[in-house]
Design a protein around this ligand. Structure first.
Ligand code: SAM
Length: 219
């Protein structure tokens, strides 16, 4: 899953993003996202952070949720919009070109669930800390925060292997896109410290990809 660093390359060509991601993840991300969205129920109000081409948003809308997808990349949003129209799901979806820095404009306790796939690893430490604080505020008590992302392995050997794989990818990605992603350090700890309860954690064998189901505590 370390190849997620190549995401930045794919994002610079949004029309190829979906095909690229499928090849890179050998189709595994589809199952991860199916599992994450299995927690979403019809009629719920859901926010998708860094929705990209809509992989999570479309799944949630298909289940009858009212989804707001936000992203800073307008070309990715255009693809989501096109896919929503093709699937006849536009009535369940609102797409906004906005970054996590603007989450402050969302109403408190207004979402039943927030989802984020492969976006936290694109945020700076400050953006992530700010986002988690805001997400706790805008989620209803008992609301779910569902995350799938690249994380830094804990074990030293896995850390070294991961670093060896990532290093050339970081260089290539930076040369092509002038940006990079960085696996999130201690994500479960950061989430707990932001006031969420962890319901379940699933790590892949390499320890570098996490699926998290977390909850804003009931009052
Ligand atoms: C790797 S893509 C993942 C897209 C989608 N969630 C998926 O899993 O297919 C990460 C997305 O996060 C968006 N993104 C990066 N930084 C962001 C920010 N500060 N606020 C909102 N979206 C952001 C990127 O534009 C990109 O579309």
């Amino acid at each position: 899953m370390s190849t997620y660093i190549l995401m930045k390359i794919l994002e610079s060509a949004p029309s190829r993003y979906d095909r690229g991601i499928r090849i890179l993840t050998l189709g595994r991300l589809d199952k991860v996202y199916d599992r994450l969205t299995s927690h979403i129920k019809s009629g719920e109000r859901v926010l998708d952070i860094g929705c990209g081409t809509g992989a999570l948003s479309l799944r949630a809308a298909q289940k009858g949720a009212k989804v707001k997808g936000i992203d800073v990349n307008s070309q990715m949003l255009e693809i989501t919009q096109k896919r929503a129209m093709e699937a006849n799901l536009t009535q369940n979806m609102e797409l906004c070109e906005m970054g996590v820095a603007e989450l402050g404009s969302d109403e408190s306790e207004s979402y039943d669930a927030v989802m984020s796939g492969l976006c936290f690893s694109e945020l700076t430490e400050d953006e992530l800390a700010y986002s988690l604080k805001e997400l706790r505020r805008i989620l209803k008590p008992g609301g779910l925060l569902l995350i799938a992302d690249e994380v830094r392995p804990k074990r030293i050997l896995k850390k070294m292997v991961n670093w060896l794989i990532r290093f050339p990818l970081v260089i290539i990605t930076y040369l092509i896109t002038q940006t990079t992603t960085k696996a999130v350090k201690e994500l479960p700890k950061k989430i707990e410290e932001s006031g969420f309860l962890i319901e379940s954690v699933t790590l892949n064998r390499m320890g570098n990809f996490i699926e998290l189901v977390t909850k804003r505590p009931e009052k």
